[in-house]
Each structure stands twice: as structure tokens, then as C-alpha cells.
Design a protein around this ligand. Structure first.
Ligand code: NAI
Length: 330
């Protein structure tokens, strides 16, 4: 099959080439958009990632140029109009759970770094400054952590928290029996947020979860709480969160995702003036730590992504059941 792969970095090319089961792959560093869709002309499949845009207009263009299949190299699909693709009879397949631990461990890395300020200590020590002023953290042991969304990643995260001896409260419309057995206590969103020392988001971005963290719930949370988002930027109302950081309602913020990330993340913008005022502001805060959507970036996750992507393509080609097809409910 001839496959156009968009938004590639060197690691995508390496892992996909290594696990290719005989397809003709064309790598494009650019993201998929209305402008770049023409690059996939003549390809039966496209392989896309989190910031590629696959809306009605792009789907129309691609269908006219021969598109039969969409494979995502990720779990989240908020950037794809799956309903319209289904209408066009173009299946959209994803990699539902390549390595939940990769993202869960990254969430914990953000928490540990923000809490114990190892990023600041690293810089200080390199300059011969061994002062401990302003480096104090808290024990995570017996602290309360709110986990919003206990699917694959949320559950992996809860297991890590258990090892740290944290009290875990969670909110999910579909509570997990296994997590309850682990000692996770489920409640409403407000109840889960209200006395948490750390809040970590692990639910998908949907119409219902857009701005889940908004002005209202920032009134509910315990002043000084740490907020972590490794899920999708749109879960957070950035303006409201910046105000909460300024007033001290949020004590610290760790982000691996950002609402307008597609203009910056995965690119080297070090020689550019960042034109996004909110992002510039967040980067300047001493209690904010931002990583550029790297939660998935482990060897294990990349191997699984490549393998499942080719399994998905091969199943489509063979006319086998499409186990990882995204189905539209309702
Ligand atoms: P999943 O589908 O296994 O779990 C999502 C959970 O969220 C489900 O249990 C669902 O019931 C729950 N949920 C849905 N609506 C909710 C709401 N309103 N409040 C609370 N919970 C709600 O998904 P998985 O694999 O755990 O991934 C979660 C998200 O993580 C993905 O949607 C994606 O956005 C993000 N992600 C980020 C990565 C990164 O590199 N930073 C990599 C992979 C995924």
C-alpha cells in the first residue's frame, strides 16, 4: 500500500521503517492541513499524529485523490472528523494503548520535578550555586491526588501513585472495578478536586470535556494545588489558569500539552519570537513546567505504535476485522 506519513520526526521514520511490513511509505515533516493534503495524492492511506488536521475539507480533498484508510499513530482523535470519514466510508484506525505507562510516568516526572525543583537545582549547581533557598517541596506520601479519567493512562498513573503511598480520588463516568480494588475512591468532579494537593488530567478531549478546568472549578480547588495536564491542551481554560496562577490558587502547573500547541510543539522555535502571549506568559512563570508533548516518547511506546500501525494497515488490506477502528456512538 502507498502510505503518506505526516508530521514525521526522525524517530517516526526510524521506528516505522524498522517495522514496515512491505508498504511504500512516504514521509512528510509537514503537518496535514488543507494546504498540505495535496502531498498525499495517489496514496491509499495516510498516517497522522496529534496535531494533523483531518476535517471535512481535508477529507474531501483526500478522498478525491484516492484515500481509502486513515491510521493514527496515537490514541486521541479529537483532531479528526471521524463522523464524516465514516460517512465517506473511510475507516479511521488508531493505536488505542501503546504504552499507558509512558504517559503516566511522564506525568509523575512533571510532578516530581515541579515539587522538588530538580530543574532549578540542576541549573544552580552547574553555576556553582549550592544554596537550597526556595527549593523546598512536600512529601507525596499520604498526600491527596485527584485523577481525572481512569482509562489506560489514568490507571497506570494510579498504580504509580499507590507506590508513593498517595491517597487517590478519581472522577470518571465509568469507574474501574480494578481501581476501586486498588483503593481509589470515586466521586463527582468537584468532590474529587476539592481537597487534592495534586490534580492530574487523563481524560480525552471531547465536546463535554473542553475547558473541564475552568473558572468554576478553580474556585473549588484547594489553594496551592498542583495541576498536571498530559492529556490534551483543550481540557484547560488557559486564561482562567493563568489568573489562578497569579492569585496563587494554583500553586504550580505542569503541562505536556497546550491548547494552541500545534503552532509550536514538535518544532524548533528557538530562533523565533513566540507570538502566543499566553504561552510566553506561562513559560515565564517560575512555578510552571512545560514539555512539548513528549509523554509518549519512549522506546517501548514507539515500538508498539509502529507495530500496531502496520497491524492496522495489514488488517484493512486483508479485509480482516478492524479491531482498532474508531466507532462513532449514537
Ligand atoms: P482511555 O480511553 O483509555 O481513557 C480515558 C478515560 O477518560 C476513560 O475511562 C473515560 O471514561 C474517561 N472520561 C471520559 N470523559 C470523562 C470526563 N468528563 N471526566 C472524567 N473522565 C472521563 O484513554 P487513555 O489511553 O487513558 O488516554 C487518555 C488521553 O491521554 C488521550 O485521550 C489523549 O488525549 C492523552 N494522551 C496523551 C499523550 C501524550 O503524549 N501526552 C499520549 C497518549 C494519550
Amino acid at each position: 500500500m502507498k502510505i503518506a506519513v505526516f508530521s514525521t520526526s526522525q524517530y517516526d521514520e526510524d521506528f516505522l521503517s524498522q517495522h514496515n511490513t512491505g508498504h511504500q511509505i512516504i514521509f512528510f515533516k509537514v503537518s496535514l492541513s488543507e494546504d498540505s493534503a495535496v502531498l498525499a495524492a495517489g496514496c491509499e492511506a495516510i498516517c497522522i499524529f496529534v496535531n494533523d488536521i483531518l476535517n471535512k475539507q481535508v477529507l474531501d480533498k483526500l478522498q478525491q485523490s484516492g484515500l481509502k484508510l486513515v491510521v493514527l499513530r496515537c490514541a486521541g482523535f479529537n483532531n479528526v472528523d471521524v463522523q464524516y470519514a465514516t460517512q465517506l466510508q473511510i475507516p479511521v484506525l488508531r493505536v488505542p494503548a501503546y504504552s499507558p505507562e509512558a504517559v503516566a510516568e511522564h506525568a509523575m516526572a512533571l510532578i516530581l520535578t515541579l515539587n522538588r525543583k530538580t530543574h532549578k537545582a540542576y541549573n544552580r549547581v552547574r553555576e556553582g550555586n549550592f544554596s537550597l533557598e526556595k527549593l523546598m517541596g512536600i512529601n507525596l506520601y499520604q498526600r491527596k491526588v485527584a485523577v481525572i479519567g481512569t482509562g489506560n493512562i489514568g490507571q497506570a498513573f494510579c498504580r504509580i501513585l499507590k507506590g508513593f503511598g498517595c491517597h487517590i480520588k478519581a472522577h470518571d463516568p465509568f469507574p474501574s472495578v480494578e481501581m476501586k480494588e486498588l483503593g481509589v475512591e470515586y466521586g463527582s468532579l468537584d468532590d474529587t478536586l476539592k481537597d487534592a494537593d495534586v490534580i492530574s488530567l487523563h481524560c480525552p478531549l471531547t465536546v463535554d470535556t473542553q475547558y473541564l478546568i475552568n473558572e468554576h472549578c478553580l474556585k473549588v480547588i484547594k489553594p496551592g494545588a498542583m495541576l498536571i495536564n498530559t492529556s490534551r491542551g483543550g481540557l484547560i481554560d488557559t486564561k482562567a489558569v493563568i489568573a489562578a496562577l497569579k492569585s496563587g490558587v494554583i500553586g504550580s502547573l505542569g503541562l505536556d500539552v497546550y491548547e494552541q500547541e500545534s503552532d509550536f510543539f514538535f518544532h524548533d522555535c528557538s530562533e523565533l519570537i513566540i507570538q502566543d502571549e499566553q504561552l510566553s506568559q506561562l513559560i515565564s512563570f517560575p512555578n510552571v513546567l512545560i514539555t512539548g508533548h513528549q509523554g509518549f516518547l519512549t522506546q517501548e511506546a514507539m515500538t508498539e505504535i509502529a507495530k500496531v500501525t502496520f497491524d492496522n494497515i495489514n488488517a484493512f488490506q486483508a479485509g480482516s476485522p478492524l479491531l482498532n477502528r474508531i466507532e462513532i456512538k449514537g
